[in-house]
Design a protein around this ligand. Structure first.
Ligand code: 3EB
Length: 336
């Protein structure tokens, strides 16, 4: 028996602590708004790396590395590069926007292509259950062709899911969708052989049931996914200061952070109904997206006060998908 957990996250600023890539599945690299293309320290060339043009507010490069246990195999399928262990697959793709055609915007075409390719790769590798997807693209709140780009993304994501025979509400993965500085639409994702337990937040309307005022096609994601293996991993989606379906505390980043943490606590309470006492605010790994770097001290103070001063916490400068949101937080809980 391999004593290592079958799925494990390391979230760190690149440096000497990055050690060996031996049991890595892959990584996301946030190397600033004008990143170079060199691979991070000693990363073997076969590993899937998702590069995102986002600045780390600590000044360095953030590496989000997913590790597995046992034998890791790598492959590619269409645009997707992936690795997988016996139980889990990590994949990534970059889809450039090649302009509008056939009545669809460049972003809609790239999104549709990305989601079709992702599902084709999962089908071919034999990992039917998508657990978690990270979506990054530029100018997320900008309008083109009379429609906000985040809405274009939501429409195309739904249409692609339907054409792949996947659900658009209910049985949908945990996710994040954020605006980066530039570059292609970038997706990375985790999939499994077995279905996760999907969790919704009783304080919030499910995103896939948001009313039409946020766009004609709702965002297809679940609030969290509980993944059981020899231990348990809780993958918490991007979470924000939304109560019901409405933004709360516009213009007050500290209050938005408290509301966001209350939403995360509500998700922990749901998860702990199934995994008694496994998860608490002070033992999560946090990735925090901050719209305005001037708000960082206030946001950080709220997180430290609610969750204690933790190590595995990174702050990235990003555009949140609603202009009235100053902060979004995603988190991972791990019980060995
Ligand atoms: C929200 O709660 C904030 O479109 O995939 C969070 C996580 C958000 C994922 C997505 C959007 C997405 O609606 C925004």
């Amino acid at each position: 028996m391999d004593p290592r957990p079958p799925l494990r996250l390391e979230l760190l600023e690149a440096g000497p602590q990055l050690r060996s890539w031996d049991d890595a599945l892959g990584a996301a690299v946030f190397a600033g708004e004008r990143p170079g293309t060199e691979a991070p320290l000693e990363c073997p060339p076969h590993l899937p790396l998702a590069r995102v043009a986002m600045a780390c507010l600590g000044g360095g490069t953030v590496i989000e590395r997913w590790r597995a246990a046992g034998r890791v195999r790598s492959g590619s399928h269409g645009m997707v590069r992936y690795t997988h262990s016996e139980e889990f697959l990590f994949g990534r793709l970059h889809a450039s926007e090649d302009g509008a055609a056939d009545g669809r915007t460049g972003l809609e075409r790239a999104t549709e292509r990305a989601y079709r390719e992702m599902h084709a790769a999962l089908d071919s590798a034999g990992f039917p259950h998508l657990l978690r997807v990270w979506n990054y693209f530029a100018d997320i709140t900008h309008e083109t062709h009379g429609t906000e780009r985040y809405r274009q993304f939501n429409s195309a994501r739904q249409e692609a899911l339907v054409s792949c025979g996947r659900s658009v509400r209910g049985n949908v993965p945990a996710a994040s969708a954020l605006g980066c500085a530039h570059g292609p639409l970038t997706l990375y994702f985790l999939a499994g052989r077995a279905a996760p337990q999907l969790i919704e937040n009783p304080r919030q309307v499910s995103a896939y049931h948001y009313p039409a005022q946020y766009g004609p096609r709702s965002p297809s994601f679940s609030r969290a996914a509980l993944v059981r293996h020899s231990g348990v991993t809780l993958l918490i989606s991007g979470t924000s200061s939304i109560l019901g379906h409405r933004t709360m505390h516009e213009g007050d980043p500290a209050a938005q952070t408290r509301e966001t943490l209350a939403n995360i606590e509500a998700l922990l309470e749901e998860a702990n109904r199934f995994e008694a006492g496994a998860f608490a605010l002070d033992s999560l790994t946090y990735k925090v997206y901050v719209r305005d770097p001037n708000d960082l001290p206030a946001i950080r103070a709220e997180i430290d006060s609610a969750a204690g001063a933790g190590a595995d916490r990174v702050y990235l400068k990003a555009d949140i998908c609603r202009r009235d949101l100053s902060v979004e937080i995603e988190a991972v809980g791990e019980r060995p």
